[in-house]
Design a protein around this ligand. Structure first.
Ligand SMILES: Cc1cc2nc3c(=O)[nH]c(=O)nc-3n(C[C@H](O)[C@H](O)[C@H](O)COP(=O)(O)OP(=O)(O)OC[C@H]3O[C@@H](n4cnc5c(N)ncnc54)[C@H](O)[C@@H]3O)c2cc1C
Length: 200
């Protein structure tokens, strides 16, 4: 059975940013040595329908195209594996989570990050409280109750399912924040992942 340090469920802006931020810490800190991350994502992301003109740094872009670019960027990191598969069940506790997918694969992880958007939450086995979304412009959307991205030890939420407002930058930023929170736990102090221009 494949074992990962963190399994991220969801491949929209939140999940992908979380994965990229975690993987980009590889080689920068001793505590990220040999860490492995798995991102499992299902077919649809809200970005698929979007045409964006307000993502800083990008004049305008189709959401689908942006998603492809981020997936390509994510695939450049050796420590991050992306796999298309719907998660149907997850259970366990920090250090010993099990994640099951529709295609009958079973994975183990120390941490789970849920980044599944705000339409519904139907993954069985995780003891989470699903509540009405607090910032949705439309009724019927959901989020998982959390405190600053944490549901309980080892279990985090990011993006719309964490209660973020439905804007790309907010969903993505939430993914980065959860990644830094996990890295900070490993370090025992606040950690950010910055690259700087090499001196010539
Ligand atoms: C029509 C439209 C236009 C928009 N325009 C803009 C805009 O102009 N500017 C802007 O900033 N924002 C815009 N947005 C909002 C933006 O797209 C969302 O805020 C953002 O996509 C939310 O990111 P997320 O990662 O939280 O969720 P999502 O993007 O919804 O991603 C959720 C991910 O979780 C996966 N998933 C769900 N369940 C499972 C499961 N059981 N197993 C595995 N994977 C699962 C999904 O397949 C998906 O990969 C728009 C949205 C829409 C719908």
């Amino acid at each position: 059975m494949e074992k990962y340090d963190v399994i991220i469920i969801g491949g929209g802006p939140a999940g992908l940013t979380c994965g990229i931020t975690l993987a980009s810490a590889d080689g920068k800190f001793p505590f990220t040595k040999d860490k492995k991350y798995l991102l499992l994502y299902d077919e649809y992301s809200d970005l698929d329908k979007a045409y964006l003109k307000n993502v800083p740094g990008i004049e305008e872009i189709k959401g689908k195209e942006l998603l492809e670019k981020i997936r390509k960027q994510a695939s450049l990191f050796d420590s991050l594996t992306l796999r298309k598969a719907k998660v149907i069940k997850a259970y366990g506790e920090k250090g010993n989570f099990t994640v099951e997918t529709e295609d009958n694969k079973v994975y183990k992880s120390d941490y789970i990050v849920i980044a599944t958007g705000f339409h519904s939450f139907d993954i069985e086995g995780l003891d989470v409280e699903v509540i009405p979304h607090k910032k949705s412009p439309r009724p019927g959307k959901i989020m998982i109750k959390n405190v600053e991205g944490k549901v309980r030890d080892g279990l985090f939420v990011a993006g719309l399912v964490a209660g973020e407002i439905t804007m790309y930058a907010c969903a993505s930023g939430s993914g980065a924040e959860v990644a830094c929170d996990i890295l900070s736990e490993w370090a025992g102090k606040i950690v950010v992942v910055h690259d700087v221009i090499e001196k010539e």
